[in-house]
Unconditional design. Structure first.
Length: 331
């Protein structure tokens, strides 16, 4: 059975690009009679807010998209699973402590993707020897505070920040071949895209790559639908799945929703959430109808409910490229 998921980070309002991804993932699963789950990716403690996540769930429900798993999984409740995964990787000799600061990384970066803001980690700390302090990330489960941060040693005392080391996965060499449902066969060398990924951060938070891979595995996810901006990290996540002995889901990376002139929405995207659109007089069915049209489910953006799109959904009809929002929606 196909199991798909939508995994937003509760850092801000879901914009049209997020809603389009959610609908595509839901339609793909519903069309195949599978199971669809929502997962709240609030692992990045300081940037995530529970209330924002609740609002996101409300927007998805308003579109008719409900998780088949109840309650919804929040990553801030998953520290124990992430710690176990780190311990497994540590035992297999795949982890190393990294003491590079943001400034070190900026001065080390001379990589091909630096101009796009994606800088592969250059492997500066790869040869670093494992010391006592790194155990702070892996210490005994009973003594943990429970949240993504707040790691505590046996004594129950907070670990001083200088004693928490970041942890990275040592990637094996080589190109990863994977298939994108929309873009076809891919061959990526993760060393040139992300470099050795960060799995545990110096501020005590488990990192995105670890959480996403562990949870896709735990929830049995077989199909990942997400934005094209994450295509470049897929090979790295496949390597992490291999290291943890987890199966590989299939992937589809959707084009972005852009401004009417095709430019990136950037910060303007925040003003294109469901609530803002409805406040501007749009009907929810009009938003769903437009999203369905943009996914190739109907010939015109006629208003409709999400269920009405299921029968017409097919990955063969989903356009590969970006899609521009209607001028009238820009307010
Ligand atoms: N939580 C991530 C985001 O909102 C998505 C992760 C994923 O789909 O793999 O950007």
């Amino acid at each position: 059975m196909i199991i798909g998921r939508f995994a937003p980070s509760p850092t801000g309002v879901l914009h049209l690009g997020n809603l389009r991804t959610a609908l595509a993932s839901w339609l793909s699963v519903r069309a195949a009679g599978g199971r669809w789950v929502i997962r709240m990716e609030d692992v990045d403690g300081p940037r995530c807010h529970r209330e924002v996540g609740e609002l996101q769930l409300g927007d998805l429900a308003a579109l008719g998209l409900h998780s088949d798993e109840s309650p919804v999984l929040w990553q801030s409740d998953r520290s124990q699973a992430y710690r176990e995964a780190l311990a497994e990787l540590r035992a297999a000799g795949r982890l190393y402590p990294c003491t590079c600061t943001r400034r070190d990384l900026q001065s080390l970066a001379s990589a091909p993707h630096a101009e796009e803001g994606l800088r592969p980690y250059p492997g500066h700390c790869r040869t670093r020897i494992w010391g006592g302090a790194e155990a702070a990330a892996l210490g005994s489960p009973q003594s943990r505070a429970g949240g993504p941060g707040g790691l505590r040693p046996e004594s129950g005392q907070a670990v001083p920040p200088e004693d928490i080391a970041a942890l990275r996965l040592r990637l094996p060499r080589g190109v990863v071949a994977w298939a994108d449902r929309l873009r076809g066969p891919q061959a990526d060398d993760p060393a040139t895209l992300t470099g050795d990924p960060l799995l545990f951060r110096r501020d005590g938070c488990f990192a995105y790559h670890l959480a996403v891979v562990v949870d896709d595995g735990a929830q049995g996810v077989t199909e990942v639908v997400r934005g094209a901006d994450l295509a470049s990290v897929t090979a790295t996540q496949i390597r992490l799945q291999e290291a943890l002995g987890l199966p590989h889901p299939t992937y589809a990376h959707l084009g972005l929703v852009t401004a009417p002139d095709g430019s990136r929405l950037g910060k303007r995207a925040g003003a294109l959430g469901l609530e803002a659109l409805v406040a501007r007089g749009l009907d929810i069915d009009a938003v769903v109808g437009w999203l369905g049209w943009s996914l190739g489910c109907q010939a015109t953006p006629a208003p409709c409910r999400a269920e009405a799109l299921i029968a017409a959904f097919s990955w063969d009809r989903v356009p590969q490229g970006d899609v521009a929002i209607p001028v009238a929606w820009c307010g």
